[in-house]
Design a protein around this ligand. Structure first.
Ligand code: GAP
Length: 517
């Protein structure tokens, strides 16, 4: 179920509460580029820590690196990105708008699919419990016709893509009378390929300078360092190299907020293995990565695998972990069985041997690779989408009021505890400061003494702070405070000396890690 209104509210909330800003906003922004604010950058850092520690600390045989964004231009020839990292582009001559031809076709298919779903919904209402969807799909004439239309388009599109037949891709758009969403016309240009890599010049004199690229994925920085890490770390197969870093793609259709950006961040891990063991490890990483998501408690039903039918030329298998975003299930992470393609290509283009001598089999070979690849920004969006909730709650006058709360998994919350003196006098701020000074070494805390306590609670609900600690007059007498839970809003009196332990129990990453393995 898609929810455009909720999505709009999430975007507005992200801005209002310092999570995500449009880049260069005072100059009217830069399309598909975003900045993370004071709370957003904390959440992002926590996501990265959760990912990197789960790779490096939980696996003895995985190490992290941090490679440069600029790389030798031949890297991108070897990886296939210069030749094949393209999207098919088409322009509408009337609106002058540019589209990805494959997206236009996919959206057309989606519309036909929606009609099928509506037929099914109607029939379901009519027949109630006796409704058999499978039978309906295979017997209802309208559904059969629509489904065969979808199959026909998909088949034509698959063949055209395999043959890089751009004329045929245009013909599919014409034959299906696909119109421009802006002008409504069918006045299309030819389809042409558009490379997604940004380029720039290295060197001070532009005529002599070499053309280099901003990396479109962090993975190649891992491949070209495979031998360095293997030798200096004396790594034995299987072993992994993990890296977090910026990637850049000149996306034609950049929309849905931080879902598809032109500058984004990836968390990628290449797991080097013995050839022949790829199915076993592909399966292992599928399970491990799904578990990493599930233990965050955002609902197992919000994730699903989507196996790729059209595999890239180097891939033996590929699957996406999709998340139920407000605009439907979409790719959050990719898990790819990449064979020895990348290392072999770099071996060929660089002339350097990238082989592994296996002491167990006495053989040298180029290792195979299983890759896990997830966008930090997409992970951020999945958390924000799930966390955002509007609730009607009872207030002090016996009436109700609404609150917006971000139920961010506690371990990832930007601020773990807010320390709030009830009033700004009578020694309460001094005691609150003492508590803050004790907790700040372990947790990101916030001290706030402005506005009524109710307003302060709301502000912290809105940024997802798991605990509010209120210091009141009783605190001066018995060294206790009230501890308010973000999700249940229940307030308990607890001893000041127990605070660190209670907050730690709920917000540490360790308890998540223990559930993963
Ligand atoms: N090394 C493999 C690779 O880059 P990919 O499927 O192109 O594979 C991996 O990208 C992940 O990176 C995606 O699952 C997504 O989370 C993220 N990603 C890709 N393009 C993105 C974009 N334009 N904006 C934000 N995240 C993106």
């Amino acid at each position: 179920m898609t929810n455009p209104d909720k999505f709009k509210k999430i975007i507005a909330h992200a801005k209002e509460y310092g999570f995500v800003f449009q880049s260069s906003e005072i100059y009217d922004g830069l399309s598909a580029v975003y900045d993370y604010g004071q709370n957003g950058s904390e959440l992002k850092n926590n996501i990265k820590k959760y990912w990197l520690d789960s790779m490096v600390m939980l696996h003895e045989n995985i190490v992290g690196i941090d490679s440069a964004i600029f790389m030798h231009p031949t890297v991108w020839k070897a990886s296939g990105h210069v030749g094949a990292f393209n999207d098919p582009l088409i322009d509408n001559k009337d609106s002058k708008k540019r589209y990805r031809a494959d997206v236009l076709i996919e959206e057309h298919i989606e519309k036909i699919n929606e009609k099928i779903e509506k037929e099914i919904e109607k029939a379901q209402m009519r027949f109630g419990n006796q409704f058999d969807e499978k039978q309906f799909r295979t017997t209802n004439q309208r559904v059969i016709e629509r489904q065969s239309k979808i199959d026909e388009i998909l088949n034509r599109f698959k063949k055209a893509t395999e043959l890089s037949d751009l004329n045929e891709i245009k013909q599919i758009i014409i034959d299906n009378e696909i119109t421009c969403p802006v002008s409504g016309s069918k006045n299309w240009t030819d389809v042409r390929q558009f490379n997604l890599m940004f380029d720039t010049k290295l060197g001070s004199v532009s005529e002599d300078a070499d053309l280099i690229y901003l990396r479109p994925e962090t993975a190649q920085g891992i491949f070209v360092n495979y031998l360095n890490v293997q030798k200096t770390g004396r790594m034995k197969l299987p072993f992994g190299i993990a890296q977090i870093g910026k990637a850049f793609r000149n996306e034609i259709v950049a929309r849905q907020f931080i879902f598809r950006m032109r500058e984004f961040e990836q968390m990628e891990m290449q797991f080097f293995i013995r050839p022949g063991e790829e199915d076993k490890w592909f399966d292992y990483w599928k399970k491990n990565r799904m578990k990493w998501h599930e233990v965050l408690g955002m609902g197992d039903e919000n994730y699903r695998f989507h196996d790729h039918q059209n595999l890239a030329h180097y891939a033996k298998a590929a699957t996406d972990i999709e998340f139920n975003f407000p605009f439907g299930f979409k790719e959050l992470e990719g898990i790819h069985s990449r064979t020895d393609f990348d290392l072999s290509q770099h071996q060929e283009h660089s002339g350097k041997k990238l082989q592994y001598f296996d002491p167990e089999t006495n053989e040298s070979y180029v290792p195979f690779v299983i890759e896990t690849s997830i966008g930090v920004d997409r992970m951020f969006l999945s958390i924000l989408s799930h966390a955002y909730q509007e609730e009607i709650i009872p207030n002090n006058d016996g009436n109700t009021e609404s609150r917006v709360v971000l139920k961010i998994p506690e371990a990832l919350a930007p601020i773990k505890a807010a320390i709030l003196p009830l009033v700004k006098k009578d020694g309460l701020p001094e005691l609150a400061r003492t508590i803050m000074n004790e907790l700040k070494y372990d947790f990101n805390c916030s001290y706030e003494d402005k506005d009524s306590i109710g307003k302060r609670y709301r502000r912290h609900d809105a940024i997802g702070t798991p605990y509010c600690i209120t210091v009141d007059h009783q605190s001066l007498q018995d060294n206790t405070v009230t501890l308010r839970d973000r999700d249940t809003m229940v307030q308990k009196r607890v001893e000041i000396s127990k605070l660190a332990e209670i907050i730690n129990q709920k917000t540490n990453l360790k308890s998540l890690f223990k559930q993963i393995n």
